[in-house]
Design a protein around this ligand. Structure first.
Ligand code: CO
Length: 189
């Protein structure tokens, strides 16, 4: 299983590289990697397993974060706490993802963003698109086109950034971290 020691940290050049496209059918190695990345997210969101293995909770993990420069990321956005069933809002390994279109409206998380590869807390708004149309391939090589809004859209944009060598704090206004260039940006609590 993937542990915190396996996760590449800010400063590692792999996090600043543009990742290579993944070819299909998936190699056994790529399939295992995809499964292990999703397993990390599942484990990290389980309080007992996370405590036992000292896993920091995550909703997304991109292959460069485990030192593999390929366009693959696991995303697991859990059901809200008050939901009647625990079906995740979004659970998928997205491969070769592309944002094919997006809203003019931006959005940012009120609490800023964090990253398993960044050990420091870096405060500030990270402006993202509020809605995106995402095209990707799943593990079976099927091309999917989906629309996402709000939090899951932000998570996917954070992960796709990892595949392009971008980290969340690159988007924060350096002088005024809680000032947004676009005053119409939605702040998500
Ligand atoms: Co990250």
């Amino acid at each position: 299983m993937i542990l915190m020691k396996d996760i590449t940290r800010d400063g590692n050049p792999v996090l600043r590289k543009r990742a290579a496209k993944v070819t299909f059918p998936l190699s056994e190695e790529d399939r295992e990697l995809a499964n292990k990345m999703m397993e990390y997210l599942i484990n990290s969101q389980d309080p007992e397993i996370a405590e036992k293995h000292q896993l920091r909770a995550g909703v997304g993990l991109a292959a460069p974060q485990v030192n593999v420069s390929k366009q693959m990321a696991a995303v697991l956005v859990p059901a809200p706490d008050d939901a009647e069933d625990d079906t995740p809002i979004f659970k998928e390994v997205i491969i070769n993802p592309v944002i094919v279109s997006h809203s003019v409206q931006d959005a940012a998380l009120a609490e800023g963003e964090g990253c398993l590869s960044v050990d420091r807390n870096i405060p500030g708004y990270v402006p993202r698109h509020d809605r995106i149309t995402l095209r990707y391939q799943n593990m079976d090589g099927e091309t999917k086109t989906i629309r996402l809004k709000g939090y899951p859209a932000i998570v996917c944009q954070h992960e796709i950034d990892h595949l392009h060598g971008v980290l969340f704090y690159d988007h924060i206004n350096k002088q005024h971290p809680f000032t947004l260039d676009d005053p119409d940006t939605v702040i998500l609590e």
